[in-house]
Each structure stands twice: as structure tokens, then as C-alpha cells.
Design a protein around this ligand. Sequence first.
Ligand SMILES: C[S@@+](CC[C@H](N)C(=O)[O-])C[C@H]1O[C@@H](n2cnc3c(N)ncnc32)[C@H](O)[C@@H]1O
Length: 110
Amino acid sequence: MEMSEKWMRHYSSNHQILLVGEGDFSFSLCLASAFGSATNITATSLDSEDELCEKFKYAMHNVRRLERYGCDIQHEVDVHTMSFDNSLSLRRYDRIVFNRINRSRVFIYS
Ligand SMILES: C[S@@+](CC[C@H](N)C(=O)[O-])C[C@H]1O[C@@H](n2cnc3c(N)ncnc32)[C@H](O)[C@@H]1O
């Protein structure tokens, strides 16, 4: 059964969305929860899985929940070099988001 389109601010459940620079993956999980699915989301962190475990209490808990929503999770993705990564660069995204909340800015590329 096809799910109806859901919007959350700039994002639609029909968009292909790439999230770059996730910390504890709470932003990704928030979107996935709103959509009821994350099969349209690729969520990435600069940190490795080990680094996430050290830095963020709930990161892996959030990652596991995202996986259950069907999210594509990738670690050690640097925004400066990701265009050389075939698994990302060969796909087409409607939204590429790099949230730098500590600078009070949200960059949205579409
Ligand atoms: C303020 S946090 C934002 C976390 C996350 N987007 C969120 O909403 O919870 C900034 C993030 O940018 C990531 N970051 C810094 N430099 C980066 C780079 N060159 N490539 C990818 N991510 C980077 C850091 O690892 C950090 O997790």
C-alpha cells in the first residue's frame, strides 16, 4: 500500500534526503518518526561508530531505530570529500542537509 505524502517543514516523505554531519542522529530520527519511514533518507556522520558510542549516549539507540525505519546509515562521511564517494555521488537527492546547529544556521541544498 502506498503511503500518503507527509511534509515536515522543508522536507517531504517523497524527497530523497541526504543528511550530512549527524551527531547523535536525533535529527534523522525526528524526520523518520514524522514520515513513519526512512527509506527515503540517507543519514551520515563524520564520526565512526566507535566515536559515536564514546561521544553520545543515545547515538546507537537512535541508529538502531533508524535502521528499523529503513534508513541508509553511513559513518565517516566528510562533507568535503563525499562527492568522491560513489555510494553517495551516484545517487540523486532532492535535499542535502548539513545542520550546523552550534552556529545557529541550517544549510539546505536542493
Ligand atoms: C552541531 S553538530 C550537528 C549535529 C546534528 N546535525 C544534529 O542535528 O543533531 C555538528 C556536526 O557536524 C559534524 N561535522 C563537522 N565537520 C564535518 C565535516 N567536515 N564533514 C561532516 N560532518 C562534519 C560534526 O561531527 C558534528 O556532529
